[in-house]
Structures are given as structure tokens and as C-alpha cells.
Ligand binder design. Structure first.
Ligand code: GLN
Length: 278
């Protein structure tokens, strides 16, 4: 399960965002309301990433213990302000390690990433996805291939960490262009290719570059609260503000202040394999 939350808007307190509302992200760690697919609490650690005035720099804090045991959440994190925040509380999938490096958000360059869900048989499935992306890249004329060893760059031996290795390559401007021209395309390419190999995969992904939020909804819950001033995406609404919008399943989301766009995840021919016509 896991629960995650992203914020983009005027400078806000990092800790306050984790504690905001009667059903805050911290409360959702021990009393989530909409856990689909099993699990009761999110006690296998937590993490938060934040961007200051310079969105090129993202900083993070993670702890493999339950969020409610960490005094920094009330005593330190509220003193930090940020224009964008991505927070996550984790319920480790059975068989996956409980350790700090397996806690989202995972960071890379100016990006941060969280995954709520599971990829069954992730080692073989994500190796096959990597191979599809490699074939697609080669056929698109890209000289740099998705080397098989690439997956070994995963920070932890979990589906989420390996997904991030694949997704960040799609977001990397240093990789010859052609596969993903924007974050929505990157999410679509990755999620539909994983579903091609594992139709039962659960893939609620959430990313930010400090200026906007992008998410995929595949099986788990996600709600949006977007105004002209700020944008929030959250697994569950943290309060009863009537502006919260529960978002439908199988969608891709782009949110920033004054903008919420939601489009279907699946388009004809959107997997790496299909886009090659094979
Ligand atoms: N499979 C991921 C992990 O173990 C995410 C788990 C979840 O969404 N509960 O970290």
C-alpha cells in the first residue's frame, strides 16, 4: 500500500505538510482509510523530499522506522520551508527489505519519486521491461542502450527502486530523445510496458521536479486538491475540504497551481513493444 502526497505552491512548511489535517499523511500511516489489496498500516518507514527556491536542488530525509516514532517530524521538519514537497509512508511488500534505502522518495538530479503498489515477480518482469525499452531505443536510433546492468543501479532490492531506475532513464535529457518527450509520456511508456508483462501490477507512481507533479493511477487511490495558488496530489484527502477530487483509476495526472489534467493511461500502441509495431 503505502500512502504518498505531493505539494507544489507557495513556500510551505515541510513538516506541517506531513501533519496537515485530521487525516494527515502521518495519520494515514497508522489509520489509512482506503487500503486496497491488503495491508493495514504503513509502518515500514517514511521519507520526504523538498525543493527550495532553486528547484534544481532537491533534498531528502528518510527513516526506516514508523513515522510516528520520529521526533524530527514535529521538531525539525516544520522549520524547513519549501515550494514543493513529496512525502511517503511505506508498507513494505512481503519479501522486500525494510531499510532506509528502500523508503521513498527516491531522488535523482532534481527529481523525486514514490511508488504505491507492487510489481509481482519484479525481477523478471522489470528485466523484460528493460529489454523492451532497449529494443525501442535501438530502433528509434538511439546509440545509448538500456544496458542490462542498468537495473543494478537500484538503490534497494525492491520493485519501487528498480522502477525508478527505469523511469529516470526515460526522464534523462542526456539520453538521446525519442522515447519520452515529457513526464506524462515517460509514465505512460513505463506503466503500460510493465502492465504488458504483469497485468496485475499496481502502479501508483508520483514524481515531481519541484515545479509540477505527475502521477499514474493504476489500482490504488489518489485525490487532487488544486487551486490557482497550489496543487496537491494525495493517496487520501487529509481533510474534508470540498475541493478534493477523487481521481478515477487507470489515469495519468499532471498537476500544478491552476492546472489539473487527467488523461487515460492506455492509448492504442503506447507500450514500448506496441509502439514498434511488433
Ligand atoms: N512495493 C513497494 C515497497 O515494498 C511499495 C509498497 C506499497 O505500496 N505498499 O516498497
Amino acid at each position: 500500500m503505502c500512502r504518498h502526497l505531493g505539494y507544489v505552491g507557495p513556500p510551505a512548511s515541510v513538516g506541517e505538510l506531513l501533519l496537515r489535517g485530521p487525516h494527515s499523511l502521518r495519520t494515514q500511516s497508522w489509520a489509512p482509510r482506503d487500503m486496497r489489496g491488503g495491508g493495514t498500516i504503513n509502518a515500514d518507514g517514511f521519507g520526504v523530499a523538498w525543493w527550495g527556491p532553486d528547484p534544481a536542488t532537491v533534498t531528502g530525509y528518510r527513516n526506516p522506522d514508523p513515522i510516528w516514532t520520529d521526533p524530527a517530524v514535529e521538531e525539525v521538519l516544520p522549520q524547513l520551508t519549501a515550494q514543493a514537497v513529496l512525502g511517503s509512508v511505506r508498507s513494505a511488500t512481503v519479501g522486500m527489505p525494510v531499510q532506509r534505502s528502500a523508503c521513498a522518495p527516491f531522488r535523482w538530479k532534481h527529481w523525486a519519486f514514490s511508488h504505491n503498489g507492487v510489481v509481482p515477480q519484479w525481477r523478471s518482469v522489470l528485466t523484460a521491461v528493460l529489454s523492451d525499452l532497449d529494443v525501442a531505443a535501438t530502433r528509434a536510433g538511439m546509440t545509448r542502450r538500456y544496458e542490462t546492468s542498468h537495473l543494478l543501479e537500484a538503490e534497494a532490492l525492491t520493485d519501487s527502486a528498480a522502477l525508478w531506475v527505469l523511469l529516470r532513464r526515460l526522464l534523462d535529457p542526456d539520453t538521446p530523445a525519442g522515447l519520452a518527450e515529457n513526464p506524462v509520456t515517460a509514465l505512460r511508456l513505463l506503466v503500460t510496458t510493465v502492465l504488458h508483462h504483469a497485468p496485475e501490477a499496481r502502479l501508483n507512481l508520483l514524481i515531481s521536479d519541484g515545479g509540477a507533479l505527475w502521477a499514474s493511477i493504476c489500482y490504488h487511490s489518489l485525490s487532487a486538491l488544486v487551486t490557482d495558488e497550489f496543487a496537491i496530489l494525495s493517496s487520501e484527502p487529509y481533510d474534508d475540504d470540498p475541493r478534493w477530487q477523487p481521481l478515477p483509476d487507470r489515469m495519468l495526472v499532471h498537476a500544478e497551481p491552476g492546472r489539473l489534467s487527467v488523461e487515460p493511461l492506455e492509448l492504442a500502441g503506447s507500450t514500448a513493444t506496441e509502439s514498434l509495431g511488433s
